[in-house]
Design a protein around this ligand. Structure first.
Ligand code: GPP
Ligand code: MG
Length: 287
């Protein structure tokens, strides 16, 4: 069953989804993402990993901020590369799905790396337009396509994807519904890769810092346990779990010193340092 026409009415099912779409449609002047994307034309909507080069903070003050922005972009691209590393052996004949594709950066990188077809879905029509313009710009629009669709009900054929990823998008949806759809879309032996922020069941419920992150992005961060319950319930078996918390902290420290800081840096740093929140990568196989 393939959805051929996508309208607001059949993509956005709830008042909450409409409010999330409205947020991302209105988020068109966000230097923290646009200035980083201008560095090399790959526009990300996720955070970074790895140590930053401390020399970017030294040297001439008039170019300091440019150096910081380039370095933040390098760390975000490193995060996307780590995610793609986890997809396993992907050949040009395979097909990949970017669920919650933002402005398209990770999809374009995936095509550049694997040579395969990539589809991205997002509930923001602005992001669909931006990302398709990027695919044109990179000359890959015949193989990388962005669609105004809902990842909970993406409308592609059963078992049509070798790999699916979510890069910081699962906090907007019910995980059981999401993984039911991914289980339908993945071929047997296909791989799902998730990078997410999740709260720590061991320290208890949602901390104040985690609640501030939820409020900032209009999302509902899930507990770590929820991911594994929802994967297990949908024939998705983890093969790799990486706690990226320690390696994302430098990104937030650098971002806090940049001109593009948005005010959400302190809640992230507090949540990670106090242990109430993790930055996690999970790779799981469809059985
Ligand atoms: C997307 O990044 C961020 C989210 C979808 C928020 C939730 C993520 C968590 C890990 C809790 P972005 O690049 O659009 O954010 P920003 O504009 O702040 O850089
Ligand atoms: Mg960003």
């Amino acid at each position: 069953m393939t959805t051929t026409t996508s309208t607001g009415a059949n993509v956005l099912h709830t008042a909450y989804q409409k409010s999330v779409a409205a947020y991302w449609n209105s988020n068109q002047d966000d230097p923290v993402n646009l200035l980083l994307g201008h560095v090399d034309g790959l526009y990300h909507h996720h955070y970074g990993i790895g140590d930053y080069d401390p020399s970017v903070l030294e040297g001439p003050s008039d170019t300091r901020d440019d150096r910081i922005i380039k370095e933040m972009h390098r760390l975000e691209t490193m995060q996307a590369n780590l995610l793609l590393d986890q997809l396993g052996d992907i050949s040009p004949s395979h097909r990949l799905l970017d669920a919650g594709s933002g402005r398209g950066g990770t999809s374009i990188m995936a095509h550049q790396r694997f040579g395969c077809q990539v589809d991205g879905v997002t509930i923001s029509e602005y992001q669909v337009g931006f990302a398709n313009d990027q695919a044109e710009h990179w000359g890959v629009a015949n193989r990388v396509k962005f669609h105004f669709r809902n990842m909970l009900d993406a409308g592609f054929e059963d078992r049509s994807f070798r790999g699916i990823w979510t890069n910081e998008t699962t906090m907007y949806v019910d995980l059981f519904q999401l993984f039911t759809e991914f289980s339908r879309l993945l071929e047997y032996g296909g791989r799902y890769v998730c990078i997410t922020g999740c709260y720590n069941d061991v320290t208890g419920g949602r901390s104040k810092a985690v609640s501030r992150i939820d409020e900032h992005y209009i999302c509902n961060i899930h507990p770590r346990s929820e991911y594994f319950k929802a994967l297990a319930a949908n024939n998705l078996v983890p093969i790799n779990v990486i706690d990226l918390t320690a390696s994302t902290i430098p990104y937030w420290e650098l971002r806090a010193k940049s001109s593009v800081a948005t005010g959400i840096e302190e809640p992230f740093l507090t949540a990670y340092r106090e242990g109430s929140f993790h930055y996690l990568l999970i790779a799981a196989d469809r059985i």
